[in-house]
Design a protein around this ligand. Sequence first.
Ligand code: SF4
Length: 353
Amino acid sequence: MSPHKRSRYSESDCLELLKDAPLGELMSEAHAARFVRQQENVVTFLVDTNPNYSNICSTRCRFCAFWRHEDDPDAERLSAEELASRIRPVAELGKVTVLLQGAHDPDVSLKDWIEYIRAIQAVGSDIHVHPFSPPEILFMAQQENKSAKEILEALWDEGIRTMPGGGAEVLCDRVRSEIAPAKCSADAWLSVMEQAHNIGYLTTATLMFGHLEKDEEIVEHLIRLRDLQDRTGRFLSFIPWSFKPGHSALSELVPDRTHPARYVRIIAVARLVLDNFPHVQSSWFSESETAGSLGLLAGADDFGGILLEENVLRTTGYQRQMTIEKVIELIRRSGFLPARRDSFFNILETYPS
Ligand code: SF4
């Protein structure tokens, strides 16, 4: 099928785009679709940091190299003060988002979460806390013998207004049972997001591809996200990233990383199919500076975060470092006006050359 289509893409259209559409044509069409939603020739980025409050996890997903047993020498559970001390050095950078996530640690309570949030918020009024993906919310609900809605409401009462869309992996239970058998189901992930949206949260949605999933299952993922967005309209952006095999159990089955052309194709297909998502992110961080930049020519309008601290991918042996200046240069080189944004996608500053 040609990517040139003016009505909504069906599941079978989406599958054809993933499998067969010529990549150049697909990129060009997705690039045009991006300008329907974001008319300015702007690519945004975020200044953020991603400290983890704990790496001690009872869920132990097969794709994950981050988790540790309680008695492992490098197991770490931070106090609220330790967490705050990691944020203080970046507070001088103006509006900074703290993407706060951790493992499923049975010894971290809702009270601890609230202490973390308050300690980070106390660092400065420009700090925005963006915490806890749906599987963490569900894990905490189970720990506290509460509903997910009660946990979400408790966080709302702490002033939290945005949430990361992590832990979606592929929203298909066949895949989830293979790569993360103890994690929540696809229905449960979507249900937490729907409840969060109904409370008023704005969120992102992710996809982790490049392991055991089939094209049909990526289609299922995209269509389920689009259906939920039709109901709530509270997803701000879609963020795909590829599986990094290093040091995880799954790397025995999937030893190689996905080719960057696959990443670019997924960005383009997402931009066309997720016609109700305002933004699609192409990440210099999760893929590479080159693949991330190519994604900006395939429908993406956001370059992701600077990620001043990142630990999850680092445990796979995958490391990247970036500065605000370098991100600005990469966006300019791709032909766009760089713009720093906040977690609500408000533009804070633009950087004309
Ligand atoms: S992805 Fe999250 S829940 Fe799964 S093992 Fe890693 S830390 Fe635990």
